[in-house]
Design a protein around this ligand. Structure first.
Ligand code: GLU
Length: 314
C-alpha cells in the first residue's frame, strides 16, 4: 500500500477501530497504588499517529493529559547514555529482561553483582536517574524536563504536581529498593535525591501528540524529521529501541512483539509510546490496564493497526 493511501485509510478508519477497542476498557483496571492515578477515566482511549511530514491521524480521547510514568524511563536512559557513555551506564545496570514485576527487588539480593537487570524496571530506572548529570536533584530534573520538551517539540511540558506528590508519599517499595541499590554500590548520591529525580520524571504530564513526537524522533534514529535537527546519537536510539522490544511492555513484551511487532514502552498511567521505524511516531492512552499492567484497550488497538497495515518488524 502506498504511504498516502495508508495514511488516508488511517484517517478514515482510526475512529472506528478505536471505538471497537474502547469496549475492552471495561475489563481492565485503572492503577491505584499511586492514589492520584485512580482518578483517570476507566473508559478513555485516545491515539495520535504522526508522520514525517507532520501529518497527524488522531482519534478518541487523545487530548486527555496523563503522566509518562515508565515511558519516561526510555528517555532518561538515553540522556544518561549521552551524559556518561555506554560503559559507565552498563556498569550500573544490565541488559536483560527479568520475568519479574516492574517493581520487584527479588534479584537484587539473589544475583551478584546486585545491579538491576535492565533500565526499564524500576530498580534500573532509579539507577539511571542517579547517572543524570547535574549538581543536585533540581538541576538533574530540569535537564530531564528540557530534554523531554525538546524531543516532544513542546516547550510547555510540565510536571503533574499532584501525581508527583502522590507517588512520593506512597512509594515505600521504590524507597526500599533504592536503599538496597545504595548498599550494593549502584547509586551515586543521596537516596532521597535520586528518588526525587525519578518521581519527577515519572510525573511529566503529556498528551498523545507529545509522546507521538518523541516516538517519531526514535523512528528516525534520533533526528527529528520535522526540524532536521539531530537530537540523539543513532547508537543510543538503537539501544533504547532494543530495550523497548525486549522489556518495554512489562512481562507481556514477548506477546506484544509477536502480536504487534513494534518497539514500545508503556506506563501505569495507561500510556503507550510506540513507533513504526522510518515512518510513524505513535502515542496511545487508555488508563484501564490488563493483568500485566499495559493499557488493555490500547494494546488491542495496536494489535488491530499492526494487523491491518502489516506493521510488524518481524
Ligand atoms: N512511577 C511508577 C512507579 O515507580 C512507574 C511505574 C510504571 O509506569 O511502570 O511505580
Amino acid at each position: 500500500m502506498s504511504e498516502t493511501s495508508e495514511f488516508d485509510r488511517l484517517l478514515t478508519q482510526l475512529p472506528l477501530w478505536l471505538e471497537t477497542s474502547r469496549k475492552r476498557a471495561a475489563e481492565g483496571k485503572v492503577a491505584s497504588y499511586i492514589p492520584e492515578l485512580s482518578k483517570m477515566p476507566q473508559s478513555a482511549l485516545g491515539i495520535a499517529v504522526l508522520d514525517a511530514n507532520g501529518r497527524t491521524a488522531s482519534a478518541g480521547d487523545c487530548g486527555i493529559p496523563f503522566t509518562m510514568q515508565s515511558i519516561s524511563k526510555v528517555f532518561t536512559l538515553i540522556l544518561a547514555l549521552m551524559d556518561n557513555g555506554e560503559a559507565a551506564v552498563f556498569d550500573k545496570v544490565g541488559m536483560e529482561p527479568t520475568g519479574d514485576n516492574f517493581n520487584s527487588m527479588l534479584k537484587l539480593e539473589l544475583v551478584r553483582p546486585g545491579i538491576p537487570f535492565n533500565p526499564l524496571i524500576n530498580a534500573g530506572a532509579i539507577a539511571v536517574s542517579s547517572l543524570i548529570a547535574g549538581a543536585d536533584s533540581e538541576e538533574k530534573s530540569s535537564r530531564i524536563l528540557s530534554f523531554f520538551r525538546k524531543l516532544a517539540g513542546n516547550p510547555s511540558l510540565e510536571l503533574d504536581e499532584d501525581v508527583y506528590r502522590s507517588e512520593a508519599a506512597t512509594a515505600n517499595l521504590n524507597r526500599s529498593m533504592a536503599y538496597l541499590l545504595k548498599d550494593n554500590g549502584v547509586l551515586e548520591g543521596g537516596v532521597d535525591e535520586v528518588l526525587d529525580v525519578y518521581f519527577r520524571h515519572c510525573s511529566i504530564k503529556v498528551a498523545c501528540a507529545d509522546i507521538a513526537r518523541m516516538a517519531l524522533v526514535l523512528a528516525f534514529d534520533g533526528a527529528d524529521p520535522l526540524t532536521g535537527e539531530s537530537l540523539i546519537p543513532r547508537r543510543y536510539v538503537q539501544i533504547a529501541k532494543t530495550f523497548m522490544i525486549t522489556c518495554g511492555m512489562y512481562n507481556a513484551s514477548g506477546e506484544f512483539a509477536i502480536q504487534v511487532g513494534l518497539p514500545a514502552k508503556s506506563g501505569v498511567s495507561g500510556g503507550i509510546l510506540t513507533l513504526v521505524p522510518g515512518r510513524y511516531g505513535i502515542g496511545v492512552v487508555g488508563p484501564a490496564l490488563n493483568r500485566k499492567g499495559n493499557s488493555i484497550a490500547g494494546v488491542h488497538l495496536m494489535e488491530t493497526l499492526s494487523r491491518e497495515f502489516d506493521w510488524s518488524m518481524f
